[in-house]
Design a protein around this ligand. Structure first.
Ligand SMILES: Cc1ncc(COP(=O)(O)O)c(C=O)c1O
Length: 429
């Protein structure tokens, strides 16, 4: 018996998040991944919600080849042209007030940096997060994460307070379709003010909560949040790990609301699948932290190779107008998913914007009882039929659909047809 067979197919690999998919992936190109038998599978999760340019984009491949041969990795005390150029290019696409870039590797790491910056700058330590958030699995990021992974590893950080997520589909403040998010918001802040020890430092939110169930913050919410934060001397941290770089139909999701955060975190989409993240803030906050001996020294901070990739991603997103493309293709995909909702009673809700969409499956539309087992079966059937759609069980039965921004209408039609067939097959089973 081979090692693979002895260990149910995962070999010597630690199962860090439940079971792996049955398919072993051998290769990836464009919007497709290929298993060992060469069977093509549409990758409508952009890898781990990151690969906005599809797999193996020729310009990214060229940058990696060229940079790794010339300037791969440095002591974190050195700066190099790729890093300075990346920071220039990124801040040039951002509004004034987001002018200093800390280049890191992962989303969790960027959130750690943002929390440390906010604490250093304000002198406080309390942080407000939404109660369906996902900010990562490292200490501070995990303490502000509520959509999963909280149990079994002891206490999280002190001083983390929650605000109810404005979830129109499931909020108790939604009475017969009339959702009063402002009442919920005020209720939440009253709770925070009563719990706080008077040392509030930051609010951290995703503009569209992704792992929590593709929940868009209502229009006006971010401005209200910024005002509540600033009234209390807190910084507003926006975690645009999944929403940044065009995904939602704007270059950054905060643009829809016209609210510039004090700290913007980018990751996943910034490296288009390669490990690159950035914590971006104002020159004044950066100067204050520097004056206070701020330290966030990591092995891969300001590494030239990922920075060169990030600069190329910025160039391609702007040059190829990928935000506009995401908006147009996203409108089309959403209309197709709404059509499916007409025909499949299991689809309770379709939501999201741009190419970050969610489809929630329910046992029945009246009770809105989540249908996680049915959802898992539909997800498996989609994979068998040739499409990888991300089914999240933590958020009930929510498909997160996020193809590369380079996808085409034909690929969307194909994915929707597979989803349609899988829903039908599983309902009949
Ligand atoms: C919004 C958001 N922030 C942060 C993270 C954590 O990023 P990473 O897994 O790169 O640490 C994720 C990962 O899913 C995320 O969705």
């Amino acid at each position: 018996m081979s090692i693979q067979e002895r260990s149910n197919g995962h070999g010597q690999v630690f199962r860090y998040g439940g079971d792996f998919a049955e398919q072993r992936i051998a290769r990836a190109e464009g919007s497709y991944i290929y298993d060992a038998e060469g069977r093509e599978i549409l990758d409508f999760t952009s890898g781990q919600m990151s690969g906005i340019l599809g797999h193996g984009h020729p310009e990214i491949v060229a940058v990696v080849r060229e940079t790794i041969a010339r300037l791969d990795h440095l002591h974190s005390g050195f700066l190099s042209d790729p890093v300075v150029d990346f920071a220039d290019a990124l801040t040039a696409m951002l509004p004034d007030g987001l002018d200093r870039v800390l280049p890191l590797s992962t989303g969790g790491e960027a959130n750690e940096a943002a929390l440390r910056i906010a604490k250093t700058y304000t002198g406080g330590f309390e942080v407000v997060a939404l109660d369906r958030s996902w900010h990562g699995v490292t200490g501070g990021a995990a303490a502000t994460t509520y959509s999963g992974g909280r149990r079994g590893h002891g206490p999280t950080l002190p001083g983390i307070l929650t605000l109810p997520t404005p979830h129109a589909y499931r909020s108790p403040f939604n009475r017969d379709g009339d959702y009063d998010w402002r009442a919920e918001f005020e209720f939440g802040w009253d709770m925070i003010d009563r719990q706080s020890t008077g040392q509030l430092a930051a609010v951290i939110v995703e503009p569209i909560l992704s792992s929590g169930g593709i929940i868009e913050l209502p229009k006006g919410y971010l401005a209200a949040l910024r005002d509540k934060a600033h009234e209390r001397g807190m910084l507003l941290i926006l975690d645009e790990a999944q929403t940044g770089m065009g995904r939602t139909g704007d270059n950054f999701a905060f643009e829809r609301d016209g609210v510039v955060p004090d700290i913007l975190n980018l990751s996943k989409t910034l490296g288009a699948g390669l490990p690159l993240s950035a914590t971006v803030t104002t020159a004044a906050i950066e100067q204050d932290c520097y004056d206070k001996d701020f330290l966030f020294y990591t092995t891969h901070a300001a590494d030239p190779l990922p920075a060169a990739v990030g600069r190329k991603v910025v160039e391609i997103v702007l040059r190829d107008c990928l935000a506009e493309r995401a908006r147009a293709l996203g409108d089309y995909l959403k209309s197709q998913l709404c059509d499916l909702q007409q025909r499949h009673p299991a689809i309770g809700d379709v939501r999201g914007r741009g190419l970050l969409l969610g489809v929630e499956l329910v046992a029945d539309r009246q009770s809105k009882t989540p249908a996680p087992d049915f959802g898992a079966a539909v997800g498996r059937r989609c994979l068998e039929l040739g499409a990888s759609l991300n089914i999240g069980r933590r958020s009930g039965a929510l498909f997160r659909i996020a193809p590369p921004l380079t996808t085409t209408r034909d690929e969307i039609d194909r994915a929707v047809a597979i989803f349609d067939e899988a829903l039908g097959d599983c309902a009949a089973a």
